[in-house]
Design a protein around this ligand. Structure first.
Ligand SMILES: [Zn+2]
Length: 72
């Protein structure tokens, strides 16, 4: 569902292998005109960057599990 990956991650302000954009909005499960940035897409599903405190690559296992519980 992610159309592009390896984009600049606003959370770390550098290119991030986990970041990508998609027109798919995971919250209401539909496509929209404006692309949304996600991070961590490859390994863990789609996490909206706006709801992440940290880049997925910089989170440890505990932080990832915690984020998955409140979702998106
Ligand atoms: Zn990232």
């Amino acid at each position: 569902m992610i159309s592009k990956v390896f984009e600049r991650c606003p959370l770390v302000n550098k290119l991030c292998a986990m970041c990508g954009t998609s027109n798919y909005n995971i919250t209401n499960q539909s496509y929209q005109k404006e692309p949304i940035q996600y991070c961590g897409a490859v390994t863990s599903g789609m996490n909206k960057i706006q709801s992440l405190e940290k880049c997925w690559l910089e989170m440890n296992g505990y932080e990832k599990r915690k984020h998955k519980k409140r979702h998106y």
